[in-house]
Design a protein around this ligand. Structure first.
Ligand code: SF4
Ligand code: SF4
Length: 329
């Protein structure tokens, strides 16, 4: 089929054009060997072959700690405003695109979160196809969420086939006018095939609290929470309030929380919904594979593999999921 093709040697030129539209961030390998989403400066090429970044792109949407409400006697309650300039995130893999789609369902659907919505509307997403490594499970993901993007680059021999997915993507294509060539290309099956399944993971009776695997996993888990910090769809947060010493002002703050922390299920009166680690592990599993709350039935694991790469105890939920979930092969 005829597609817009950009040769590898023109990638730098494309990035230069994109920088005239907005700041561009992409996976960049640092001196320590780690790959992170960071500002792409002129002359630097993104590391599009890296299987994943350490932190997912949720860092652009959810701040680790931020004020969500201010109060003063004079002004009353005031929402903080977020002024976000357009930002191009270049080189997002399909799992990260599906992860952003999941966060969109949580934060923008029914009662939009103004801080998230402001940051999200400023983001322009440019995806790139990739090949799963041994840590990925995207090819087994049952997420019904599509990996949508403004522009998508399919990796081909010598370059990329580029397709637009939105009016903003069309604008970017116009901007790059002259550096694409129309070409007959056999595009390999798009990596986005891994998403968009119309499958609903059921709440299975055998996933009850008596399953011995919860304790086996809990015995090895250190409770460090890094699997959740690195997960593109984990968004749990805690809310704290700080009164000013003048007694006339206060701030409400939200900060990332973690379902594997003991404090996560604690409520007033010294009670806890999940007193032991096995209960917390079961909670995490169900959230990742069966969805949660209003998103019950939509697995939130998009198969990026980060939790497996970073876990200091080498824990991997795939064998358990493969045994228990009907939607897996
Ligand atoms: S649970 Fe693990 S593999 Fe799944 S999306 Fe989160 S970090 Fe990625
Ligand atoms: S990264 Fe591993 S050890 Fe740390 S909380 Fe997650 S499962 Fe437990």
């Amino acid at each position: 089929m005829a597609t817009q093709f950009i040769a590898n040697h023109n990638l730098e030129l494309l990035l230069e054009r994109l920088r005239t539209y907005a700041e561009v961030h992409a996976p960049v390998r640092g001196d320590d060997g780690g790959v992170r989403f960071a500002a792409l400066t002129p002359g630097t090429l993104p590391d599009l072959a890296a299987p994943r970044t350490l932190l997912p792109p949720k860092k652009y949407l959810l701040q680790p700690r931020e004020t969500i409400l201010n109060y003063t006697d004079e002004a009353g309650y005031q929402l903080p405003s977020v002024i976000s300039s357009p930002l191009i995130l270049f080189g997002l893999h399909p799992c990260d695109l599906a992860g952003i789609n999941y966060l969109d369902q949580v934060f923008t659907c029914d009662d939009p979160d103004p801080l998230y919505a402001a940051r999200r509307s400023a983001l322009i997403l440019v995806g790139v196809s990739c090949s799963p490594d041994e840590f990925c499970s995207c090819h087994r993901s049952a997420s019904p969420l599509k990996a949508t993007s403004d522009l998508f680059l399919n990796v081909l021999d010598g370059g990329f086939a580029v397709t637009s997915g939105s009016p903003r993507g069309d604008e970017l294509l116009d901007l790059a006018n002259g550096i694409f060539e129309e070409r007959e290309s056999a595009i390999p099956e798009d990596m986005r095939r891994f998403f968009g399944h119309a499958v609903t993971a059921e709440v299975r009776p055998e996933l009850d609290a008596t399953l011995p695997e919860w304790q086996e996993l809990a015995d090895r888990c250190l409770g460090c929470g890094v699997c959740s910090i690195c997960c593109p769809t984990c968004y749990c947060f805690d809310v704290l309030e700080f009164g000013g010493l003048d007694g006339r002002s206060a701030a409400r703050v939200r900060q990332w929380d973690n379902c594997l922390f003991k404090s996560h299920g604690e409520v007033a009166g010294g009670m806890s919904f999940r007193k032991n680690r096995a209960e917390r592990f079961r909670y995490r599993y169900r959230h990742k594979y069966h969805g949660f709350g209003a998103l019950q039935g939509i697995p939130s694991c998009v198969g990026c593999g980060r939790c497996r790469v970073v876990c200091p105890a080498g824990l991997d939920l795939r064998p358990l999921a493969e045994r228990l979930e009907r939607w897996l092969p």
